[in-house]
Ligand binder design. Structure first.
Ligand SMILES: [Zn+2]
Length: 217
């Protein structure tokens, strides 16, 4: 047994709390977005938010367990779920990100700034010389960060392959064009810090007109 009911209960509680926070920021409209945490590495098992739920009112039991391909695996027998939750359709990409990067948590939100930035920089969104880059784990000066952009797909294997091609260990984020943003980290707290700072950075670059002169005193 790799996943216990206690592990899952703890993950469900943490995921519900994080979902409420991101929903309050307007990043999980409708039932969009999904979060996951790694429960075990060998074999890879993730707790992922259940599909089709309002992220503002997630319950601790609105969580599914998936394998390295994003397929649901049975919940622990002693678990108190009233129904078998359906994992998010995007669980396959979460699993690939966790496998490739070694991340312990993956957050996916439909933040508008990320989608707008990908529209303007389809080859990757460049960020540099901004204080908030420190919150993303990079340097505030002299560090060019390019957030990869990949085309959207309804096939998670295709999307996961596109992620793997663009993967850069120094940049724990991916924008799926006309869709949303993925950010990952060691745990939910680190991932939260990264995604909140990155969303601010993306909002900044899409908010200033391209021809704004940068003449500083
Ligand atoms: Zn999505």
């Amino acid at each position: 047994v790799t996943v216990t009911a206690a592990d899952l209960a703890l993950a469900g509680r943490d995921l519900a709390r994080e979902c409420a926070r991101y929903a309050a920021m307007g990043w999980m409209r409708g039932t969009s977005g999904n979060l996951s945490v790694v429960l075990s590495r060998q074999p890879l098992r993730l707790a992922v938010t259940a599909s089709g739920k309002d992220k503002a009112t997630m319950r601790d039991v609105d969580v599914a367990v998936v394998d390295e391909t994003g397929q649901a695996v049975p919940l622990p027998a002693e678990d108190g779920h009233d129904e078998e939750p359906i994992p998010s359709a995007e669980a396959g990409l979460h699993a690939r990100i966790a496998a490739v990067s070694g991340a312990g948590a993956v957050v996916h939100v439909h933040a508008l700034a990320a989608v707008l930035a990908a529209e303007r920089w389809p080859g990757g969104v460049p960020l540099h010389d901004l204080e908030m880059l420190k919150g993303f784990g990079r340097r505030a000066e002299g560090d060019l960060v390019v957030v990869p952009v990949v085309a959207n797909s309804q096939d998670m294997t295709v999307l996961a392959d596109r992620f793997a091609v663009t993967y850069d260990p120094a940049t724990p984020a991916l924008i799926v064009a006309r869709h949303g943003l993925y950010v990952w980290g060691d745990d939910l707290a680190q991932t939260r810090a990264r995604i909140e700072c990155l969303e601010w950075l993306l909002r900044f670059v899409v908010s200033i007109p391209a021809d704004t002169p940068r003449v500083l005193p």
